[in-house]
Ligand binder design. Structure first.
Ligand code: HEC
Length: 242
Protein backbone atom coordinates (compact mmCIF):
# COMPACT_ATOMS: atom_id res chain seq x y z
CA UNK A 1 0.00 0.00 0.00
CA UNK A 2 1.21 3.52 -0.70
CA UNK A 3 2.15 5.49 2.41
CA UNK A 4 -0.60 7.97 1.81
CA UNK A 5 -0.73 9.63 5.20
CA UNK A 6 2.94 10.61 5.48
CA UNK A 7 2.78 11.91 1.94
CA UNK A 8 -0.20 14.10 2.71
CA UNK A 9 1.43 15.34 5.90
CA UNK A 10 4.57 16.21 4.00
CA UNK A 11 2.57 18.07 1.39
CA UNK A 12 0.80 20.15 4.01
CA UNK A 13 3.60 20.74 6.45
CA UNK A 14 6.35 21.59 3.97
CA UNK A 15 6.76 25.34 3.80
CA UNK A 16 6.13 26.91 0.40
CA UNK A 17 9.90 27.50 0.10
CA UNK A 18 11.58 24.51 1.60
CA UNK A 19 15.20 25.18 0.67
CA UNK A 20 15.84 27.65 3.50
CA UNK A 21 13.49 28.61 6.34
CA UNK A 22 12.33 32.23 6.32
CA UNK A 23 14.08 32.96 9.62
CA UNK A 24 17.44 31.97 8.14
CA UNK A 25 16.85 34.10 5.06
CA UNK A 26 15.94 37.02 7.29
CA UNK A 27 19.17 36.61 9.23
CA UNK A 28 21.19 36.64 5.99
CA UNK A 29 19.39 39.72 4.70
CA UNK A 30 20.09 41.44 8.00
CA UNK A 31 23.80 40.60 7.85
CA UNK A 32 24.51 41.07 4.15
CA UNK A 33 21.92 43.55 2.90
CA UNK A 34 20.14 45.57 5.56
CA UNK A 35 23.36 47.35 6.53
CA UNK A 36 22.76 49.58 3.50
CA UNK A 37 19.09 49.00 2.86
CA UNK A 38 18.03 50.71 6.08
CA UNK A 39 14.96 52.91 6.52
CA UNK A 40 17.35 55.85 6.79
CA UNK A 41 19.69 55.23 3.84
CA UNK A 42 17.30 53.29 1.61
CA UNK A 43 19.99 52.52 -0.95
CA UNK A 44 18.39 51.77 -4.30
CA UNK A 45 15.12 53.17 -2.93
CA UNK A 46 14.75 50.02 -0.88
CA UNK A 47 14.65 49.32 2.85
CA UNK A 48 15.18 45.73 3.89
CA UNK A 49 15.35 46.63 7.58
CA UNK A 50 11.98 44.96 8.27
CA UNK A 51 12.27 42.36 5.54
CA UNK A 52 10.45 39.10 6.20
CA UNK A 53 10.96 36.27 3.73
CA UNK A 54 7.87 34.65 5.24
CA UNK A 55 5.52 37.30 3.91
CA UNK A 56 4.89 36.85 0.23
CA UNK A 57 6.06 39.50 -2.24
CA UNK A 58 7.12 37.99 -5.57
CA UNK A 59 8.24 41.31 -7.10
CA UNK A 60 10.56 42.12 -4.23
CA UNK A 61 11.90 38.56 -4.29
CA UNK A 62 12.61 38.88 -8.03
CA UNK A 63 14.63 42.05 -7.46
CA UNK A 64 16.51 40.48 -4.56
CA UNK A 65 17.24 37.41 -6.67
CA UNK A 66 18.62 39.56 -9.46
CA UNK A 67 20.98 41.28 -7.04
CA UNK A 68 21.96 38.02 -5.35
CA UNK A 69 22.93 36.68 -8.77
CA UNK A 70 25.03 39.76 -9.42
CA UNK A 71 27.35 40.15 -6.49
CA UNK A 72 25.18 41.74 -3.78
CA UNK A 73 25.98 38.97 -1.30
CA UNK A 74 29.47 40.41 -0.89
CA UNK A 75 28.45 44.08 -1.08
CA UNK A 76 28.56 44.62 2.67
CA UNK A 77 32.27 43.73 2.67
CA UNK A 78 31.74 41.05 5.32
CA UNK A 79 32.50 38.08 3.09
CA UNK A 80 29.71 35.89 1.73
CA UNK A 81 27.61 33.07 3.23
CA UNK A 82 28.88 29.48 3.02
CA UNK A 83 28.34 27.84 -0.37
CA UNK A 84 25.45 25.62 0.78
CA UNK A 85 23.71 28.60 2.36
CA UNK A 86 24.19 30.60 -0.84
CA UNK A 87 22.59 27.85 -2.91
CA UNK A 88 19.65 27.44 -0.52
CA UNK A 89 19.13 31.21 -0.32
CA UNK A 90 19.11 31.54 -4.10
CA UNK A 91 16.79 28.56 -4.47
CA UNK A 92 14.33 29.90 -1.91
CA UNK A 93 14.37 33.39 -3.36
CA UNK A 94 13.74 31.96 -6.81
CA UNK A 95 10.68 30.10 -5.53
CA UNK A 96 9.43 33.25 -3.83
CA UNK A 97 9.84 35.24 -7.04
CA UNK A 98 7.42 33.03 -8.98
CA UNK A 99 4.57 35.15 -10.34
CA UNK A 100 6.49 38.45 -10.19
CA UNK A 101 5.27 39.33 -13.68
CA UNK A 102 1.70 39.57 -12.44
CA UNK A 103 0.30 42.28 -10.20
CA UNK A 104 0.80 41.54 -6.55
CA UNK A 105 -1.42 43.55 -4.23
CA UNK A 106 -0.89 43.73 -0.48
CA UNK A 107 -2.48 45.73 2.29
CA UNK A 108 -0.88 47.04 5.45
CA UNK A 109 -2.82 48.87 8.12
CA UNK A 110 -3.40 52.06 6.15
CA UNK A 111 -1.80 51.52 2.77
CA UNK A 112 -2.39 49.41 -0.28
CA UNK A 113 0.57 48.41 -2.47
CA UNK A 114 0.58 47.00 -5.98
CA UNK A 115 3.76 45.84 -7.67
CA UNK A 116 4.73 44.20 -10.94
CA UNK A 117 8.03 43.22 -12.56
CA UNK A 118 9.14 43.13 -16.17
CA UNK A 119 12.28 41.60 -17.67
CA UNK A 120 13.99 43.09 -20.72
CA UNK A 121 16.55 41.42 -23.01
CA UNK A 122 20.15 41.19 -21.71
CA UNK A 123 22.17 44.36 -22.39
CA UNK A 124 25.29 42.46 -23.28
CA UNK A 125 24.84 39.64 -25.78
CA UNK A 126 26.89 37.19 -23.71
CA UNK A 127 25.04 37.87 -20.47
CA UNK A 128 22.42 35.39 -19.31
CA UNK A 129 20.93 37.67 -16.70
CA UNK A 130 17.81 39.47 -17.90
CA UNK A 131 17.65 43.00 -16.48
CA UNK A 132 14.54 43.69 -14.41
CA UNK A 133 12.33 46.69 -13.79
CA UNK A 134 9.79 46.90 -11.00
CA UNK A 135 6.91 49.31 -10.70
CA UNK A 136 5.50 49.76 -7.20
CA UNK A 137 2.46 51.85 -6.33
CA UNK A 138 1.82 52.56 -2.68
CA UNK A 139 -1.26 54.50 -1.62
CA UNK A 140 -2.90 55.58 1.59
CA UNK A 141 -6.52 55.99 0.41
CA UNK A 142 -7.35 57.86 3.65
CA UNK A 143 -4.82 60.65 3.16
CA UNK A 144 -4.71 60.31 -0.64
CA UNK A 145 -0.93 60.35 -0.48
CA UNK A 146 0.80 57.86 -2.73
CA UNK A 147 4.09 57.03 -4.34
CA UNK A 148 4.80 55.52 -7.74
CA UNK A 149 8.29 54.06 -7.71
CA UNK A 150 10.32 52.54 -10.52
CA UNK A 151 13.32 50.40 -9.58
CA UNK A 152 15.77 48.42 -11.66
CA UNK A 153 18.41 45.73 -11.28
CA UNK A 154 21.16 44.63 -11.60
CA UNK A 155 22.93 47.66 -13.10
CA UNK A 156 22.64 51.10 -11.53
CA UNK A 157 22.32 54.17 -13.74
CA UNK A 158 23.17 57.86 -13.66
CA UNK A 159 23.46 60.79 -16.07
CA UNK A 160 20.47 59.76 -18.17
CA UNK A 161 16.95 60.95 -18.80
CA UNK A 162 14.16 58.43 -19.05
CA UNK A 163 10.65 59.08 -20.21
CA UNK A 164 7.43 57.64 -18.84
CA UNK A 165 4.00 57.77 -20.40
CA UNK A 166 0.62 56.24 -19.65
CA UNK A 167 -1.88 54.88 -22.14
CA UNK A 168 0.06 56.35 -25.05
CA UNK A 169 -0.23 59.95 -23.73
CA UNK A 170 2.64 62.46 -24.07
CA UNK A 171 5.64 61.40 -22.02
CA UNK A 172 7.16 63.04 -18.95
CA UNK A 173 10.95 63.14 -18.49
CA UNK A 174 12.94 62.16 -15.44
CA UNK A 175 16.64 62.82 -15.11
CA UNK A 176 18.67 60.33 -13.12
CA UNK A 177 21.82 62.06 -11.96
CA UNK A 178 24.43 62.08 -9.24
CA UNK A 179 25.56 59.19 -7.12
CA UNK A 180 24.37 57.62 -3.93
CA UNK A 181 26.57 56.86 -0.93
CA UNK A 182 26.53 53.49 0.71
CA UNK A 183 24.27 53.23 3.74
CA UNK A 184 26.93 51.29 5.65
CA UNK A 185 29.26 54.28 5.71
CA UNK A 186 31.92 53.13 3.26
CA UNK A 187 33.31 55.78 0.92
CA UNK A 188 32.05 53.97 -2.18
CA UNK A 189 29.40 55.54 -4.39
CA UNK A 190 27.19 54.18 -7.12
CA UNK A 191 24.55 55.28 -9.56
CA UNK A 192 20.89 54.97 -8.77
CA UNK A 193 18.47 52.08 -9.03
CA UNK A 194 15.19 53.84 -8.40
CA UNK A 195 13.15 56.92 -9.22
CA UNK A 196 9.85 58.26 -7.91
CA UNK A 197 7.58 58.91 -10.88
CA UNK A 198 5.16 61.22 -9.06
CA UNK A 199 7.80 63.21 -7.21
CA UNK A 200 6.16 66.64 -7.55
CA UNK A 201 3.11 68.41 -8.93
CA UNK A 202 4.57 68.81 -12.41
CA UNK A 203 5.17 65.08 -12.52
CA UNK A 204 1.78 63.41 -12.24
CA UNK A 205 1.21 60.56 -14.63
CA UNK A 206 -2.10 59.46 -13.17
CA UNK A 207 -3.26 55.88 -12.82
CA UNK A 208 -2.88 54.12 -16.18
CA UNK A 209 -5.86 52.28 -17.63
CA UNK A 210 -3.89 50.17 -20.07
CA UNK A 211 -0.17 50.62 -19.63
CA UNK A 212 2.79 52.59 -18.37
CA UNK A 213 5.76 52.73 -20.73
CA UNK A 214 9.29 53.64 -19.69
CA UNK A 215 11.92 54.40 -22.31
CA UNK A 216 15.63 55.07 -22.50
CA UNK A 217 16.77 54.59 -18.93
CA UNK A 218 19.31 52.43 -20.73
CA UNK A 219 19.97 53.36 -24.37
CA UNK A 220 17.21 52.15 -26.68
CA UNK A 221 15.44 50.19 -23.94
CA UNK A 222 11.66 50.15 -23.56
CA UNK A 223 9.66 48.49 -20.83
CA UNK A 224 5.90 48.34 -20.69
CA UNK A 225 3.89 47.62 -17.55
CA UNK A 226 0.39 46.36 -18.32
CA UNK A 227 -2.44 47.71 -16.15
CA UNK A 228 -5.37 45.77 -17.54
CA UNK A 229 -4.57 42.91 -15.15
CA UNK A 230 -4.80 45.09 -12.04
CA UNK A 231 -7.79 44.02 -9.94
CA UNK A 232 -10.87 46.24 -9.67
CA UNK A 233 -10.64 46.74 -5.90
CA UNK A 234 -6.97 47.67 -6.01
CA UNK A 235 -7.65 50.08 -8.87
CA UNK A 236 -10.41 51.79 -6.90
CA UNK A 237 -8.16 52.18 -3.85
CA UNK A 238 -5.16 53.37 -5.87
CA UNK A 239 -7.25 55.89 -7.78
CA UNK A 240 -7.52 57.87 -4.52
CA UNK A 241 -3.80 58.67 -4.79
CA UNK A 242 -3.03 58.76 -8.50
C1 HEC B 1 27.24 48.51 0.66
C2 HEC B 1 25.84 48.82 0.57
C3 HEC B 1 24.90 47.76 0.02
C4 HEC B 1 24.75 46.46 0.41
C5 HEC B 1 25.50 45.73 1.50
C6 HEC B 1 23.70 45.91 -0.40
N1 HEC B 1 23.20 46.86 -1.25
FE1 HEC B 1 21.63 46.65 -2.53
N2 HEC B 1 21.97 48.48 -3.28
C7 HEC B 1 22.92 49.36 -2.82
C8 HEC B 1 22.94 50.54 -3.66
C9 HEC B 1 23.82 51.77 -3.49
C10 HEC B 1 21.96 50.34 -4.65
C11 HEC B 1 21.61 51.28 -5.81
C12 HEC B 1 22.65 51.20 -6.89
C13 HEC B 1 22.83 49.83 -7.43
O1 HEC B 1 21.87 49.21 -7.90
O2 HEC B 1 23.96 49.35 -7.36
C14 HEC B 1 21.39 49.02 -4.39
C15 HEC B 1 20.37 48.46 -5.13
C16 HEC B 1 19.71 47.29 -4.82
C17 HEC B 1 18.54 46.78 -5.49
C18 HEC B 1 17.85 47.38 -6.71
C19 HEC B 1 16.91 48.47 -6.39
C20 HEC B 1 15.57 48.04 -5.86
O3 HEC B 1 15.02 48.78 -5.03
O4 HEC B 1 15.05 46.99 -6.28
C21 HEC B 1 18.21 45.61 -4.87
C22 HEC B 1 17.06 44.68 -5.19
C23 HEC B 1 19.19 45.38 -3.84
N3 HEC B 1 20.08 46.43 -3.82
C24 HEC B 1 19.22 44.27 -3.02
C25 HEC B 1 20.27 43.97 -2.16
C26 HEC B 1 20.41 42.70 -1.48
C27 HEC B 1 19.45 41.54 -1.59
C28 HEC B 1 21.54 42.79 -0.73
C29 HEC B 1 22.17 41.73 0.13
C30 HEC B 1 22.50 40.49 -0.49
C31 HEC B 1 22.11 44.12 -0.95
N4 HEC B 1 21.30 44.79 -1.82
C32 HEC B 1 23.26 44.60 -0.31
C33 HEC B 1 23.74 49.20 -1.71
C34 HEC B 1 23.92 48.00 -1.05
Amino acid sequence: MRPLVPWILAAFSAPAWAAMPAAEQNALVKQYCAVCHTDAAKNGGLSLQHYDAGSRDPGLAAMILSKLNNGAMGAAGNGVPAKTAQVAWLESTKEQAAGAEEWFVSRQSETVSAGIVRAVPPRKPDSADAPLYRLLLVCNPGTRVGEMQLTWSPQPQTGRTLTASIDGNPALSYTIEGKESMGNGTSLESGHASVILNSDKSKQLGLPKQSLTVRDLFPGETVEFPFDGLGKDARAELSKCF
